[in-house]
Design a protein around this ligand. Sequence first.
Ligand SMILES: C[S@@+](CC[C@H](N)C(=O)[O-])C[C@H]1O[C@@H](n2cnc3c(N)ncnc32)[C@H](O)[C@@H]1O
Length: 372
Amino acid sequence: MSDPAQLHQQLLDTLTAGGRLRTMPWKDAAAAVQRHEFLLGGFFRRVKGAVPAAWEPVLGGDDDWLATCYQDESLITQIAGTIVPTDIQGQIMREPTSSSTLPSLVLRMLEDLHVEPGSQVMEIGTGTGYSTALLCARLGASRVTSVEYDEDVAARARTALARQDMFPSLVTGDGLLGCAESAPYDRIVATCAVRTVPTAWIEQTKPGGLILTTLGGWLGASELARLTVHDDGTASGPLLGGQVSFMLARPHTPPPLGLLPDLSRGKEREAVIGPDVLSDWATRFVVQSAAPQAQRLTMNREGSAEEVLIDVASGSWAALYDDSGRWVVRQDGPENLWDSIEEHLGRWHAAGTPALEEFTITVTPDRQSLHW
Ligand SMILES: C[S@@+](CC[C@H](N)C(=O)[O-])C[C@H]1O[C@@H](n2cnc3c(N)ncnc32)[C@H](O)[C@@H]1O
């Protein structure tokens, strides 16, 4: 059997060399927490080459499992909201719903959280409890509150943390509501993504405190943001860059598409911008902020592929297809989705396509806005 201490040290060296582990107190905390202790139930490994993605279980206990626990990789621990590695043999093709985030991202975020000795921290998304344990090692368990949506996931994290003699305040529930009982906090860190920053988080953070969260959405673009909470109950701050993505907070996942509208109706025009731009991360983020309710799907209509954006709440949709080298858009519904997207992208292009790190997010009790 390999030596976990040696594997752990190799991971710490990699994180330090890569600039993810930057300061002594976090180096000490990372050295104090062994990741495999939070993955004893195993994880799911992605099956190479499988499209759509398929997963197979790797059970805890052997050398392969132990070595992978100390790779800088996210390890999926729950699929489809209930299934854990011991539940299946063979492969499964459903969405991951809980994981142990890759250590370099966990530690980058903890460094970016700028905690100080004595900081009270709330974490959203306990998951395996690994990042919770790092917070406990750094600040002391009495200063850490962690909220997990899923009861079974929360129960496993509680057991894993207790095995390490760590007893933070663990709450099972919707982290979008925060946890008023232990508020106010100096810092909030989310290890799931949100479409909008919940007002409860702002209300539960002390003025001058920080909220570190990934802003995600239904077009699959996301970025990390660090907001400072102000005296007047608003919060604002920069996006931090790095193409950070997390699974969306469960109440923020997209609604079912339902019965699709008749996509043959609608007005057609030549598109100024085609959907091919969506393959670029920053462009997709800008498009997502212009059409936050839109979901994307590819349809095959009359033998040719169409990229469809649809807002199921309003019924607005846009379908785009390539007509011998020019993009054509067909739209219908209360809003011309692709018109709004082209207008928004046009303003971003006119400003010189600023990088996402140059964006600022502002959240007031009524709205969330992004500026560049
Ligand atoms: C990427 S995992 C967390 C990784 C974890 N920090 C770790 O180190 O293992 C995201 C977690 O967020 C949880 N989650 C999703 N929506 C949530 C919500 N609204 N409130 C609290 N937790 C949520 C998921 O169940 C999942 O366990």
